[in-house]
Design a protein around this ligand. Structure first.
Ligand SMILES: Nc1ncnc2c1ncn2[C@@H]1O[C@H](COP(=O)(O)OP(=O)(O)O)[C@@H](O)[C@H]1O
Ligand SMILES: N[C@@H](CCC(=O)OP(=O)(O)O)C(=O)O
Length: 367
């Protein structure tokens, strides 16, 4: 199988601040992707720009902020965006396909498998699949918002050899260069630590959404799934090929030492937690560094109406998210026994099938 490359292009690279598609830019990116394809790679594109391309057409004077206005703008802009790509790729005799996804599509393995099979078939037929979030049906709390996360999930789904996140900045700097002109650029990140997160700020322009922060989030998801990531700028002929060859103008994120199984990727990045539990310091250590399961004695607080088998988010006593796991208790049961030693739990609850609140095999550390 030829290698699969997922290219993500942000709104800031495709549209003007006034809200118009930059057709020249779209042609340029299509040319770059076509030439990558000629060199033997399969290409998948994740593109933003629907809201930015649609808001002026619809009559808004600036990029809307309200959800229903953004959705209306996206419905207009998505058609314009696709038309522009179709035209640009047609110059190379390449057919494109539109795939609109929401976060909930990734929650269901069945929907994900269906999307995966459709993509396989499109690639087999030589088509370039073009993804965007299905903005019209996404509700606020289930939105990707920016497309960086979507691109990482797509890259993991298709087992890509590279994820290239193209933006208006040539990589990750020690601070947002728009505000810190003396910031220095990182060529390579071997491990995404809290310090790296601290450097990455939000969107610097009025067009983009997630900024560098959501790109680092995406890099974390992809690299833990075994896909190396490039975040940077492509603006001259040959830049995209250079990005693939390791000499692009941007930052490279190495894959994590051991890549996660699909089950753990689902747990960490696609599932929807139905509750939150807070654990004490000992339990935090046991889960995050000790490789142990979570026992009732370490649980301090419980929120949400979850049932055994649901996914919950786990917080430490500083209220930071440390990971997610599949819970073995209903919320009401756990309320009765949290903080108790194991022997007391057995006395209190007669028919528990597993003592562990979260078993280590059904846990992912996200800190
Ligand atoms: N540490 C950083 N290094 C580089 N850029 C940063 C950093 N922190 C914030 N940014 C901002 O992130 C922006 C890119 O993200 P965004 O505007 O969302 O673009 P896109 O539309 O391509 O997704 C840059 O223009 C920059 O202002
Ligand atoms: N789905 C939205 C993406 C919004 C957005 O701005 O994303 P990005 O430019 O990738 O930070 C759109 O097409 O407008």
């Amino acid at each position: 199988m030829s290698s699969r490359i997922v290219v993500k292009i942000g709104s800031s690279s495709l549209t003007s601040a006034e809200g118009a598609l930059n057709r020249e830019a779209i042609q340029f990116f299509a040319d770059e992707m076509a030439s990558l394809r000629t060199s033997g790679h399969q290409i998948l594109l994740v593109t933003s720009g629907a809201v930015a391309a649609g808001f002026r057409e619809i009559g808004y004077s600036m990029r809307p902020r309200l959800l229903h206005e953004k959705q209306a703008a996206a419905a207009v802009g998505q058609a314009l965006l696709m038309q522009a790509y179709q035209q640009a790729f047609a110059a190379h005799g390449i057919i494109t396909a539109q795939i609109l996804l929401t976060r909930t599509d990734f929650c269901s393995r069945k929907r994900m498998n269906n999307a995966g099979m459709t993509v396989d078939e499109l690639l087999k037929q030589g088509v370039i699949p073009i993804f965007n979030e299905n903005d019209t049906v996404s509700v606020d709390e289930l939105k990707f918002g920016d497309n960086d996360t979507l691109s990482a999930l797509v890259a993991n789904l298709v087992k890509a050899s590279h994820l290239l996140i193209l933006t208006d900045m040539d990589g990750l700097y020690s601070g947002d260069p728009r505000r810190h002109p003396d910031a220095v650029r990182y060529e390579r990140i071997r491990e995404i630590t809290q310090e790296i997160y601290a450097m990455a700020g939000g969107a610097g322009s009025s067009i983009g959404t997630g900024g560098m922060r959501s790109k680092v989030d995406a890099a974390k998801i992809a690299t833990r799934g075994g896909v190396p990531v490039f975040v940077g700028k492509v603006s001259a002929q040959g830049d995209l090929q250079n990005a693939v060859n390791g000499v692009g103008r941007g930052t490279y994120f190495d894959t994590a030492l051991s890549s996660l199984s699909m089950k753990k990727q689902w747990l960490g990045f696609m599932s929807t937690p139905l509750g939150t539990i807070t654990v004490d310091t000992g339990a935090e250590e046991a889960l995050t560094t000790g490789g142990h399961s979570l026992l009732p004695v370490g649980v301090k607080q419980i929120e949400g109406q979850f049932h055994a088998g649901d996914v919950v988010e786990v917080l430490n006593i500083k209220a930071e998210v440390i990971g997610r796991g599949i819970i073995n208790y209903d919320a009401e049961q756990l309320q009765l026994v949290h903080g108790m030693s194991s022997s007391n739990v057995y006395q209190k609850l007669e028919n528990i099938h597993r003592l562990e609140v979260v078993h280590r095999d059904e846990w992912i550390t996200l800190k």
